[in-house]
Design a protein around this ligand. Structure first.
Ligand code: PDD
Length: 285
Protein backbone atom coordinates (compact mmCIF):
# COMPACT_ATOMS: atom_id res chain seq x y z
CA UNK A 1 0.00 0.00 0.00
CA UNK A 2 1.37 3.43 -0.94
CA UNK A 3 1.55 5.80 1.96
CA UNK A 4 -0.72 8.81 1.79
CA UNK A 5 0.86 12.06 2.96
CA UNK A 6 -0.75 15.42 3.76
CA UNK A 7 0.84 18.44 2.06
CA UNK A 8 -0.72 21.89 2.28
CA UNK A 9 -4.35 20.80 2.17
CA UNK A 10 -3.98 17.78 -0.12
CA UNK A 11 -3.75 14.06 0.56
CA UNK A 12 -1.26 12.67 -1.96
CA UNK A 13 0.71 9.45 -2.58
CA UNK A 14 4.14 9.82 -0.91
CA UNK A 15 5.98 9.92 -4.26
CA UNK A 16 3.96 13.02 -5.19
CA UNK A 17 4.40 14.76 -1.82
CA UNK A 18 6.66 17.74 -2.57
CA UNK A 19 7.71 21.07 -1.07
CA UNK A 20 9.71 23.92 -2.59
CA UNK A 21 13.53 24.03 -2.53
CA UNK A 22 13.01 27.59 -1.23
CA UNK A 23 11.15 26.34 1.82
CA UNK A 24 12.59 27.98 4.95
CA UNK A 25 12.45 24.67 6.74
CA UNK A 26 14.94 23.33 4.20
CA UNK A 27 17.14 26.47 4.04
CA UNK A 28 17.04 27.74 7.66
CA UNK A 29 15.49 24.96 9.78
CA UNK A 30 12.80 27.61 10.21
CA UNK A 31 10.02 25.33 11.31
CA UNK A 32 8.59 23.26 14.12
CA UNK A 33 7.34 19.71 14.45
CA UNK A 34 5.38 17.31 16.61
CA UNK A 35 5.32 13.53 16.88
CA UNK A 36 2.11 11.95 18.18
CA UNK A 37 1.78 8.25 18.80
CA UNK A 38 -1.12 6.14 17.58
CA UNK A 39 -2.21 3.02 19.45
CA UNK A 40 -5.15 0.90 18.26
CA UNK A 41 -5.84 3.52 15.58
CA UNK A 42 -6.26 6.33 18.12
CA UNK A 43 -4.14 9.35 19.02
CA UNK A 44 -2.33 9.51 22.35
CA UNK A 45 -2.51 12.95 24.02
CA UNK A 46 -3.48 14.84 20.86
CA UNK A 47 -4.48 17.96 22.82
CA UNK A 48 -1.10 18.17 24.56
CA UNK A 49 0.76 18.00 21.25
CA UNK A 50 -1.58 20.51 19.57
CA UNK A 51 -1.13 22.95 22.46
CA UNK A 52 2.67 22.68 22.38
CA UNK A 53 2.64 23.10 18.59
CA UNK A 54 0.71 26.36 18.93
CA UNK A 55 3.18 27.53 21.58
CA UNK A 56 6.22 26.66 19.42
CA UNK A 57 4.71 28.54 16.46
CA UNK A 58 3.90 31.52 18.68
CA UNK A 59 7.43 31.73 20.10
CA UNK A 60 8.78 31.93 16.52
CA UNK A 61 6.06 34.30 15.27
CA UNK A 62 4.89 31.75 12.72
CA UNK A 63 1.14 31.83 12.06
CA UNK A 64 -1.08 28.92 13.08
CA UNK A 65 -2.32 27.58 9.73
CA UNK A 66 -4.91 25.08 10.99
CA UNK A 67 -7.40 25.17 13.85
CA UNK A 68 -7.11 22.44 16.46
CA UNK A 69 -10.27 20.79 15.07
CA UNK A 70 -8.90 20.80 11.51
CA UNK A 71 -5.57 19.45 12.73
CA UNK A 72 -7.36 16.60 14.51
CA UNK A 73 -9.29 15.85 11.32
CA UNK A 74 -6.05 15.66 9.27
CA UNK A 75 -4.53 13.27 11.84
CA UNK A 76 -7.67 11.11 11.72
CA UNK A 77 -7.78 11.13 7.91
CA UNK A 78 -4.16 9.96 7.78
CA UNK A 79 -4.85 7.16 10.24
CA UNK A 80 -7.86 6.04 8.16
CA UNK A 81 -6.28 6.45 4.71
CA UNK A 82 -3.13 4.58 5.80
CA UNK A 83 -4.98 2.00 7.89
CA UNK A 84 -2.65 2.83 10.74
CA UNK A 85 -3.08 0.73 13.89
CA UNK A 86 0.13 1.37 15.83
CA UNK A 87 2.69 3.99 14.87
CA UNK A 88 3.47 7.68 14.77
CA UNK A 89 2.20 10.78 13.04
CA UNK A 90 4.91 13.31 12.20
CA UNK A 91 3.79 16.90 11.65
CA UNK A 92 5.96 19.76 10.41
CA UNK A 93 5.05 23.38 9.88
CA UNK A 94 7.55 25.84 8.43
CA UNK A 95 7.45 29.58 7.78
CA UNK A 96 6.89 28.72 4.11
CA UNK A 97 8.78 29.25 0.87
CA UNK A 98 10.40 32.58 -0.01
CA UNK A 99 13.52 33.79 -1.83
CA UNK A 100 16.52 33.12 0.44
CA UNK A 101 16.88 35.96 2.96
CA UNK A 102 17.66 35.90 6.68
CA UNK A 103 14.86 38.40 7.20
CA UNK A 104 11.49 36.65 7.60
CA UNK A 105 9.24 36.86 4.53
CA UNK A 106 5.96 38.82 4.64
CA UNK A 107 3.58 37.61 7.33
CA UNK A 108 1.04 36.53 4.69
CA UNK A 109 3.48 33.99 3.18
CA UNK A 110 1.62 30.66 3.47
CA UNK A 111 3.17 28.23 5.92
CA UNK A 112 4.17 24.78 4.68
CA UNK A 113 2.23 22.05 6.45
CA UNK A 114 3.27 18.41 6.08
CA UNK A 115 2.05 15.35 7.99
CA UNK A 116 2.90 11.72 7.42
CA UNK A 117 2.44 8.41 9.21
CA UNK A 118 5.05 5.86 10.26
CA UNK A 119 3.68 2.39 10.94
CA UNK A 120 5.28 0.73 14.00
CA UNK A 121 3.50 -2.55 14.64
CA UNK A 122 3.68 -3.47 18.33
CA UNK A 123 4.87 0.04 19.28
CA UNK A 124 3.69 -0.34 22.89
CA UNK A 125 5.27 -3.76 23.22
CA UNK A 126 8.86 -2.94 22.32
CA UNK A 127 11.41 -5.55 23.51
CA UNK A 128 13.74 -2.81 24.80
CA UNK A 129 11.15 -1.93 27.45
CA UNK A 130 11.86 -5.36 28.95
CA UNK A 131 15.67 -5.18 28.76
CA UNK A 132 16.37 -1.46 29.17
CA UNK A 133 18.57 0.99 27.30
CA UNK A 134 22.27 1.76 27.50
CA UNK A 135 23.09 5.46 27.31
CA UNK A 136 26.27 7.48 27.08
CA UNK A 137 26.73 11.10 28.11
CA UNK A 138 27.65 13.81 25.62
CA UNK A 139 28.05 17.58 25.88
CA UNK A 140 24.87 19.52 25.25
CA UNK A 141 25.92 22.03 22.61
CA UNK A 142 22.44 22.86 21.30
CA UNK A 143 21.01 26.37 21.10
CA UNK A 144 19.31 28.04 24.06
CA UNK A 145 15.62 27.64 23.15
CA UNK A 146 15.19 23.89 23.46
CA UNK A 147 11.67 24.48 24.77
CA UNK A 148 10.66 25.25 21.16
CA UNK A 149 10.28 22.05 19.16
CA UNK A 150 12.19 23.19 16.07
CA UNK A 151 13.36 20.95 13.24
CA UNK A 152 17.04 21.69 14.01
CA UNK A 153 17.83 18.07 14.84
CA UNK A 154 21.39 17.72 13.56
CA UNK A 155 22.99 17.57 17.00
CA UNK A 156 20.48 15.04 18.40
CA UNK A 157 21.13 13.00 15.26
CA UNK A 158 24.91 13.25 15.83
CA UNK A 159 24.33 12.23 19.46
CA UNK A 160 22.50 9.07 18.40
CA UNK A 161 25.42 8.28 16.05
CA UNK A 162 27.93 8.81 18.89
CA UNK A 163 25.87 6.42 21.03
CA UNK A 164 25.76 3.86 18.23
CA UNK A 165 29.53 4.10 17.71
CA UNK A 166 30.00 3.49 21.46
CA UNK A 167 27.75 0.40 21.39
CA UNK A 168 24.96 2.21 23.27
CA UNK A 169 21.34 2.97 22.40
CA UNK A 170 21.12 6.67 23.08
CA UNK A 171 22.83 9.67 24.67
CA UNK A 172 21.99 11.95 27.60
CA UNK A 173 23.20 15.50 27.18
CA UNK A 174 25.14 17.29 29.90
CA UNK A 175 25.51 21.02 30.44
CA UNK A 176 27.21 22.73 33.39
CA UNK A 177 27.77 19.32 35.01
CA UNK A 178 24.12 18.23 34.95
CA UNK A 179 21.88 16.30 32.59
CA UNK A 180 19.51 18.31 30.43
CA UNK A 181 17.68 15.55 28.54
CA UNK A 182 18.10 12.67 26.10
CA UNK A 183 18.65 13.31 22.38
CA UNK A 184 14.91 12.84 21.74
CA UNK A 185 13.43 12.20 25.18
CA UNK A 186 13.31 13.45 28.77
CA UNK A 187 15.59 11.85 31.38
CA UNK A 188 14.75 10.61 34.90
CA UNK A 189 16.30 8.82 37.83
CA UNK A 190 14.74 7.14 40.85
CA UNK A 191 16.39 7.19 44.28
CA UNK A 192 14.80 5.78 47.44
CA UNK A 193 11.43 5.71 45.66
CA UNK A 194 11.63 9.36 44.60
CA UNK A 195 11.38 10.25 40.88
CA UNK A 196 13.83 12.99 39.93
CA UNK A 197 13.73 14.82 36.60
CA UNK A 198 15.07 18.14 35.43
CA UNK A 199 12.84 21.16 36.09
CA UNK A 200 11.27 22.90 33.10
CA UNK A 201 12.96 25.89 31.49
CA UNK A 202 14.39 26.90 28.13
CA UNK A 203 17.10 24.20 28.47
CA UNK A 204 14.80 21.25 27.72
CA UNK A 205 11.76 20.36 25.67
CA UNK A 206 8.62 20.32 27.81
CA UNK A 207 7.72 16.72 27.03
CA UNK A 208 4.04 15.93 26.65
CA UNK A 209 4.76 12.42 27.93
CA UNK A 210 6.73 13.95 30.83
CA UNK A 211 3.72 16.05 31.89
CA UNK A 212 1.39 13.03 31.80
CA UNK A 213 3.82 10.67 33.54
CA UNK A 214 4.49 13.13 36.39
CA UNK A 215 0.75 13.66 36.81
CA UNK A 216 0.12 9.89 36.96
CA UNK A 217 3.05 9.41 39.36
CA UNK A 218 1.68 12.05 41.76
CA UNK A 219 -1.81 10.56 41.52
CA UNK A 220 -0.29 7.19 42.46
CA UNK A 221 1.28 8.86 45.55
CA UNK A 222 4.81 8.57 44.17
CA UNK A 223 7.18 11.35 45.22
CA UNK A 224 8.44 13.61 42.41
CA UNK A 225 11.27 16.14 42.54
CA UNK A 226 11.89 18.44 39.57
CA UNK A 227 15.58 19.35 39.69
CA UNK A 228 18.77 18.77 37.77
CA UNK A 229 21.02 15.74 38.45
CA UNK A 230 24.53 14.77 37.39
CA UNK A 231 25.71 11.66 35.53
CA UNK A 232 27.40 10.46 38.75
CA UNK A 233 24.12 10.76 40.67
CA UNK A 234 22.33 8.90 37.87
CA UNK A 235 24.90 6.08 37.89
CA UNK A 236 24.35 5.77 41.63
CA UNK A 237 20.53 5.82 41.37
CA UNK A 238 18.24 2.83 41.95
CA UNK A 239 16.66 3.23 38.51
CA UNK A 240 16.73 5.45 35.46
CA UNK A 241 14.35 5.90 32.54
CA UNK A 242 13.31 8.11 29.64
CA UNK A 243 9.97 9.32 28.30
CA UNK A 244 8.81 10.43 24.86
CA UNK A 245 5.82 10.07 22.56
CA UNK A 246 7.54 7.25 20.68
CA UNK A 247 9.10 5.37 23.63
CA UNK A 248 6.44 6.10 26.30
CA UNK A 249 8.37 5.16 29.48
CA UNK A 250 11.51 3.12 28.77
CA UNK A 251 14.01 1.97 31.43
CA UNK A 252 17.71 2.86 31.26
CA UNK A 253 20.01 0.21 32.75
CA UNK A 254 23.49 1.49 31.91
CA UNK A 255 25.03 4.98 31.86
CA UNK A 256 28.57 5.48 30.49
CA UNK A 257 29.29 1.78 31.09
CA UNK A 258 28.12 1.80 34.73
CA UNK A 259 25.20 -0.44 35.66
CA UNK A 260 22.21 1.36 37.16
CA UNK A 261 20.59 -0.44 40.10
CA UNK A 262 20.28 -4.15 39.39
CA UNK A 263 20.97 -3.71 35.68
CA UNK A 264 17.38 -4.72 34.94
CA UNK A 265 14.33 -2.48 34.40
CA UNK A 266 13.25 -1.23 37.81
CA UNK A 267 9.89 -1.40 39.55
CA UNK A 268 9.06 2.32 39.28
CA UNK A 269 9.84 2.60 35.54
CA UNK A 270 7.96 -0.61 34.78
CA UNK A 271 4.94 0.47 36.82
CA UNK A 272 4.92 3.99 35.30
CA UNK A 273 5.02 2.51 31.81
CA UNK A 274 1.97 0.36 32.59
CA UNK A 275 0.05 3.25 34.14
CA UNK A 276 0.98 5.61 31.31
CA UNK A 277 -0.10 3.17 28.60
CA UNK A 278 -3.35 2.22 30.39
CA UNK A 279 -4.39 5.78 31.18
CA UNK A 280 -3.37 7.23 27.81
CA UNK A 281 -5.21 4.54 25.89
CA UNK A 282 -8.35 5.33 27.92
CA UNK A 283 -8.15 8.99 26.91
CA UNK A 284 -6.96 8.43 23.32
CA UNK A 285 -8.93 10.08 20.52
N1 PDD B 1 11.12 13.70 20.54
N2 PDD B 1 13.21 16.03 24.53
C1 PDD B 1 13.54 16.07 23.24
C2 PDD B 1 14.81 16.75 22.84
C3 PDD B 1 12.70 15.49 22.27
O1 PDD B 1 13.02 15.54 20.96
C4 PDD B 1 11.50 14.83 22.69
C5 PDD B 1 10.55 14.20 21.72
C6 PDD B 1 11.21 14.81 24.07
C7 PDD B 1 9.98 14.15 24.61
O2 PDD B 1 8.82 14.90 24.30
P1 PDD B 1 7.39 14.19 24.12
O3 PDD B 1 7.15 13.45 25.37
O4 PDD B 1 6.47 15.33 23.94
O5 PDD B 1 7.50 13.28 22.91
C8 PDD B 1 12.08 15.43 24.95
C9 PDD B 1 10.26 13.14 19.50
C10 PDD B 1 9.53 11.92 19.94
C11 PDD B 1 11.07 12.94 18.23
O6 PDD B 1 11.85 13.83 17.94
O7 PDD B 1 10.91 11.94 17.54
Amino acid sequence: MTRTVYVNGDYVPEAEAKVSVFDRGFLFADGVYEVTSVLDGKLIDFDGHAKRLERSLGELEIGVPLSREDLLEVHRQLIARNELTDGLIYLQITRGAADRDFIYPAADTPQTVVLFTQAKPGLADSPVARTGLKVISIDDIRWGRRDIKTVQLLYPSMGKMMAKAAGADDAWMVEDGVVTEGTSNNAYIVKNGKIITRHLGTEILHGITRAAVLRFAREAQMEVEERAFSIEEAQDADEAFITSASSFVTPVVEIDGATVGTGKPGFVATRLREIYLDESRKKSV
